[in-house]
Design a protein around this ligand. Structure first.
Ligand code: OMP
Length: 236
């Protein structure tokens, strides 16, 4: 069985020039580029739209609101066509169902429709912080619970930490796309990430995509760092 884990670079910046520079440097090396809240709020959706016409895009807006508002927000993205999009699983079943229906309506051609990802438990959280939210048990229990619910409600995939990939594969099989941030090459600073693994460990566990931001964008040579990560993935 051949399973290639693909690499997404997270371009967290407020500068269009910086994002374009990284995109140029990384083109041909990474499989997709992620733009999130920081870029979208500072540069605007018109710039995101232009970006999506030039690069394979993961648009990470992590929507979390009442079903009607999330559905309206997603349908307003219809001319952007990202490859991947995020909502929060904790928004609940009705929100996810409406999100999926809104995408089906906005993108009638399934081949053009973004992959709808539900974020489970943020990779920056540990068990203590999760308990503070009133959620008991282990983080793995909660990821598993949210993951099953989100997939049964129509999400195409999940965002999880590398530490839950094995569990989600056991529970949900190989169908759902697993997109995995919280990746740190050996020796890299963990920053605010709590549930981490190396690129090779995440690939071995069965990640479809890994998301890497600062270890690439803050390195002296982003292209060389991204190439080294791809080599690490290919060696698995
Ligand atoms: O949805 C995401 O992409 C996401 C979910 C999550 O649980 N944790 C997480 O870090 N992310 C994103 O993945 C990227 C990770 O960036 P670095 O920590 O710099 O590698 C950031 O852009 C986060 O917004």
């Amino acid at each position: 069985m051949s399973h290639r884990t693909r690499l997404i670079a997270a371009l967290d910046t407020q500068s269009v020039q910086q994002a374009e520079l990284w995109a140029q440097e990384l083109s041909g090396t990474v499989d997709a580029l992620k733009l999130g809240l920081e870029f979208t709020y500072s540069c605007g959706l018109d710039v995101v739209r232009e970006f999506s016409q030039k690069h394979p895009l993961f648009l990470d807006l992590k929507l979390h609101d009442i079903p009607n508002t999330v559905a309206g927000g997603l349908s307003a993205l219809r001319d952007i066509k990202p490859k991947l999009l995020t909502i929060h699983a904790s928004g609940g079943r009705a929100m996810i169902e409406r999100a999926k229906a809104a995408l089906e309506e906005a993108y009638p051609d399934a081949a053009q429709r973004p992959i709808l990802l539900a974020v489970t438990v943020l990779t920056s959280m540990n068990e203590t912080e999760m308990h503070e939210l009133g959620v008991s048990g282990t983080v793995r229990d909660q990821v598993s619970r949210l993951g099953k619910m989100a997939i049964s409600a129509g999400a195409d995939g999940l965002v999880c930490s590398p530490q839950e990939i094995d569990l989600l594969r056991q529970n949900l099989g190989s169908g759902p796309a697993l997109v995995v941030p919280g990746i740190r090459p050996a020796g890299a600073a963990s920053d605010d990430q709590k549930r981490i693994m190396t690129p090779a460990q995440a690939a071995k566990a069965g990640a479809d995509w890994i998301v890497v931001g600062r270890p690439i964008t803050r390195s002296e040579n982003p292209a060389a760092t991204a190439r080294a990560i791809q080599e690490e993935l290919q060696a698995v």
